[in-house]
Design a protein around this ligand. Sequence first.
Ligand code: GLA
Length: 383
Amino acid sequence: MEQALINKIKNNFVSEFSQEPLMVFSSGRINLIGEHVDYNDGFVFPAAIDKGIALAIQKANGNKSTVIASDFEESFQFEIDKIHVIDGGGWRNYLIGVIKELQKKGKRLDNINVAFSGNVPAGAGLSSSAALENAIVFGLNELFGLQLTKKEMILISQKAEHDYVGVKCGIMDQFASMYGEKNHFLLLDCRTLEYETYSIELEDYELVLINSNVQHNLSESTYNKRRALCEETAKMFQIESLRDLTKKELWQRREEFSQEEYKMVLYVIEEIERTTLAAKALEEKDIKKLGLLLYETHNGLSKQYKVSCEELDFLVDFARNSKRVVGSRMMGGGFGGCTINLVEKEFVQQFIELTSSSFQEKFGFECTPISVELSEGTHVINN
Ligand code: GLA
């Protein structure tokens, strides 16, 4: 799959620019558990996947840069020293953000030719945006010998998303996309950016992703609102972030919160705990325990943090009704995208069929299974 995508974009680039490009592949990500806690300095448990963005890049000869977004059949021309954020610029702003941030750091860039394409379904919650940001910063770093570390690169990607796209995301997506390792999850401490790798051994179970094919545009503004609430609460308690808050301390000041907000803050504290418990369960190969934690996370995201939607809740409830599915939850920022499910290996096919038909019956449109492998993070492709 990855190879077909790479060949396609390379050919596209060569026929457009008559140059040999540098090829980069940057991965999307999944997340086992630890949702909406990265911006609270919590623990998350993501992995890079074999689906992502393939990008071809080379220095341009003239005084113009050209970027081709193959999937949208769109292109964008600019002079690299005169680039500005574009209102409603969509994918262009990811690119502009990365370039501007590099320039702010005093990195000198010349004009470039770029073509890119992806195989992460947009809006599926698999972080196609982080993959795109990372692909650009990684490609520019290689091409111009900027000597940036991976950590510096992901912070630039994140800044691009904050200040040029407007989503105040945490660091999980960019981290997983950049640092991913084949067949491993990364247990990441978002406070220190230290991480441990966990081999994906799920005994008799398999991970199955189901895309609800729902994309609610509420997600970005609500995301920023949730983050703001977390930050205000941390200030109120005079702590750095919600990572430093206990349930008891929250309870003692419960009267200062509305019921809704109290539940949201509680969710964050509980989810940070759950992620640590999930790592332990995975270490002990207790997949049923891991699954229960996934179900608890979904409850929290849906009922306390309120970032789910009817379609995602339906998918999780449907999974819950089968003993052969030990865990299920919505994944990512919310309001649409995928569920991640822990399904008995021998039941996977049937699970997909049953889920698809009842989803179709209930909502009148399809949900789609997505198969992924845990893969290496952002890297250069050598042919
Ligand atoms: C989005 C953000 C991440 C993270 C998740 C929720 O994917 O980009 O930083 O907050 O939502 O866990």
